[in-house]
Design a protein around this ligand. Structure first.
Ligand SMILES: NC(=O)c1ccc[n+]([C@@H]2O[C@H](COP(=O)([O-])OP(=O)(O)OC[C@H]3O[C@@H](n4cnc5c(N)ncnc54)[C@H](O)[C@@H]3O)[C@@H](O)[C@H]2O)c1
Length: 452
C-alpha cells in the first residue's frame, strides 16, 4: 500500500500550483485530550491501563515509540505545559510501548522511567530500555522493538546537520527507513553557516518519504486555525504580521538560555515560535530584507534587576540582548515585524500576534496560557472576542502525527501535519537572519562592551 503524501509533498505541490490540500485544519476537528483520555476510559470501565490492554482487540495493536532525550520537553517540568510522553499516553493509551529511551544522562533517563512505572501508565514503560546512543539501541534491539516513530527532544546542538554526531535524523532514517519522525524546535542551533546543511537534511527527509513533524505547536492552536479559516474562507491576502513576545525573564533559571554560545540566543531558541507563526500566515520571507535592532545588556536601558542566573559567568560577547526588534518583507510583498523582549518579571509571558488583511484585524493574545482571539471585520469597528477553553496544541500536534502515521488508507479527512522539516528550516533561517541583522546594526566599538 502506498504511503499518503507527506506535508512536504503537498507543500511542494501547492507551490507548483497543483495543491490539493490546505496547510490548515478545521478548528472544530481539533479534539480536546479529555475526549480521548484513556485514564478516563479506564476509570469509566473500572479497568486498569494494563487490563484495558489485556481486554485487547478494540484498542488495536501496540505502537512502538523511541524517545530521544529524557528532558523537560519529553517528561515535563514546572516551566511550562510541555510533556510529550503525557500526550502520547493519552493519544495511544495502552497501545503505547516506549521501547527505548536514548539519553547519555542514563541516571536521569532511569529516574523518569521509574516515576512512570510507579503510575497507572506502567505498561507503556515497564519494558523500556535506556541507551546512551542510537547506535547502542540499534545494536541491541530485537525485532519486536521495531519502532513506528522516533520522538527527538535532544538539545538542538546535537541535530539538524549532516555532520557525524549531529545528524540524528539521518542516522535514524538510515537504520529505520521510512520511520516517522517528530523533531523538536529549533531544528538546530549551530552557526548560521550550517543552515544550508539543514535544508539538505530537509530534502533527505522528504525524499525518504517519512512522515515528519516539527514541534511548532502554536500552529495547532484552535485560535490559529480559526484565523486561517477566516483568511481562507474570505479569500484574503495577508498584508502584515505584527508579533510581540515578552518573556518573563525572572522565571528563566537555565544558564544556557542566557548564553548565546550555548542556546544561540533568545530569537533562535525562543522567538522562533513567533517567527514560525508569522511565517505560517505571511508565507516565505525574503531573507535579504530582514533588518533589526537590539537593546544590549551593557546599555543603560538594558539593566535587569531580577535575573536568576549569574550573568558575570557568561563571556560578555555571549550575553543576550534584552530587546530585539525586526522587520522584513514576505515574498508576497506583505510586511512582517517582530519584537522580542527580555523585560517582564513574574512567571507568564506576554505574547501577541496581529495579522492584517483588507478589512480584517486578527489579534491572537496569550497563546501559551489562555489564547484569546480578537477579530475586527469589515462593516464594524467593534472587536469580537473568542476564547478557547482547554485547548492543548501539544496534544493536537501529537494526535495529528499519530493519525498521519496510521492513515495508510490515505483518508482525505485526516488532519494535516502543519510543520514539515523544510518549513522549520525556513523559520530557523529567519531567526538567524534577525539575530545577525541586529548584531550588524549595533554599531558599537568593541571597546565599549564592558569586560567581564
Ligand atoms: N515546543 C516547546 O514549547 C518546547 C518546550 C521545551 C523545550 N523544547 C525544545 O525541546 C528540546 C529539548 O529541551 P528540554 O527543555 O527538554 O532540554 P533538557 O535539557 O531538559 O533535556 C535534554 C535532554 O537531552 C539529553 N541529551 C543530550 N544530548 C543528547 C543526545 N546526543 N542524544 C539524546 N539525548 C541527549 C540530555 O541529557 C537531557 O536529558 C529543545 O530543542 C527545546 O527548544 C520545546
Amino acid at each position: 500500500m502506498s504511503r499518503r503524501p507527506s506535508m512536504l509533498d503537498q507543500i511542494s505541490r501547492s507551490h507548483s500550483g497543483s495543491g490539493v490540500r490546505r496547510g490548515s485544519i478545521d478548528p472544530s476537528r481539533l479534539v480536546p485530550m479529555d475526549k480521548l483520555s484513556v485514564e478516563s476510559l479506564c476509570r469509566r470501565a473500572e479497568l486498569g491501563f494494563d487490563r484495558v490492554t489485556a481486554a485487547g482487540g478494540s484498542l488495536g495493536n501496540d505502537f512502538n515509540v523511541v524517545f530521544v532525550g529524557a528532558g523537560n520537553i519529553m517528561f515535563g517540568s514546572d516551566e511550562g505545559p510541555w510533556n510529550h510522553s503525557f500526550r502520547f499516553e493519552h493519544k495511544l493509551g495502552p497501545r503505547l510501548k516506549v521501547v527505548a529511551l536514548i539519553d547519555p544522562a542514563v541516571d536521569r533517563a532511569t529516574a523518569v522511567l521509574q516515576k512512570k512505572c510507579d503510575t497507572f501508565v506502567k505498561s507503556a514503560y515497564e519494558n523500556t530500555r535506556v541507551f546512551r546512543t542510537l547506535d547502542d539501541f540499534v545494536k541491541n534491539m530485537s525485532r519486536k522493538d521495531m519502532p513506528r516513530a522516533f520522538v527527538v527532544g535532544s538539545p538542538p546542538m546535537f541535530r539538524g546537520t549532516t555532520q557525524p554526531g549531529r545528524d540524528i535524523e539521518r542516522q535514524i532514517l538510515k537504520h529505520f527507513p521510512g520511520v516517522a519522525l517528530f523533531i523538536e524546535k529549533p531544528i538546530a542551533t549551530g552557526p548560521s553557516g550550517e543552515i544550508e546543511e539543514a535544508f539538505k537534511l530537509a530534502k533527505y527527509i522528504s525524499d525518504s518519504g517519512a512522515v515528519c513533524s516539527v514541534g511548532y505547536m502554536l500552529r495547532y492552536l484552535k485560535a490559529v486555525q480559526m484565523m486561517k479559516q477566516i483568511l481562507e474562507e474570505n479569500n484574503l491576502t495577508v498584508m502584515a504580521t505584527v508579533a510581540r513576545y515578552a518573556t518573563a525573564y525572572e522565571a528563566i533559571a537555565k544558564p544556557d538560555w542566557w548564553d548565546k554560545a550555548r542556546s544561540a540566543g533568545p530569537i533562535v531558541e525562543q522567538g522562533t515560535h513567533f517567527c514560525d507563526l508569522s511565517r505560517y500566515f505571511g508565507g516565505d520571507v525574503d531573507i535579504s530584507t530582514v533588518s533589526a535592532h537590539s537593546l544590549e545588556w551593557y546599555e543603560n536601558a538594558g539593566q535587569l534587576s531580577k535575573m536568576q542566573v549569574d550573568e558575570t559567568a557568561i563571556p560578555p560577547e555571549n550575553r543576550i540582548p534584552r530587546v530585539t526588534a525586526a522587520t522584513w518583507k514576505y515574498e508576497s510583498g506583505a510586511v512582517g515585524s517582530f519584537t522580542h523582549l527580555v523585560a517582564l518579571q513574574g512567571h507568564d509571558y506576554s505574547c501577541e500576534l496581529e495579522v492584517y488583511a483588507d478589512g480584517y484585524q486578527l489579534k491572537l493574545v496569550n497563546p501559551y496560557v489562555q489564547p484569546v482571539l480578537y477579530i475586527r471585520r469589515p462593516g464594524s469597528d467593534l472587536e469580537e472576542t473568542h476564547r478557547f477553553a482547554d485547548d492543548d496544541p501539544f496534544f493536537s500536534e501529537i494526535s495529528v502525527l499519530i493519525d498521519n502515521i496510521e492513515d495508510i488508507e490515505e483518508d482525505p479527512e485526516t488532519a494535516q501535519i502543519l510543520c514539515t522539516f523544510e518549513d522549520a528550516c525556513k523559520s530557523y533561517q529567519l531567526t538567524w537572519a534577525i539575530r545577525e541583522a541586529s548584531e550588524r546594526s549595533r554599531n558599537i566599538k568593541k571597546e565599549t562592551v564592558p569586560a567581564a
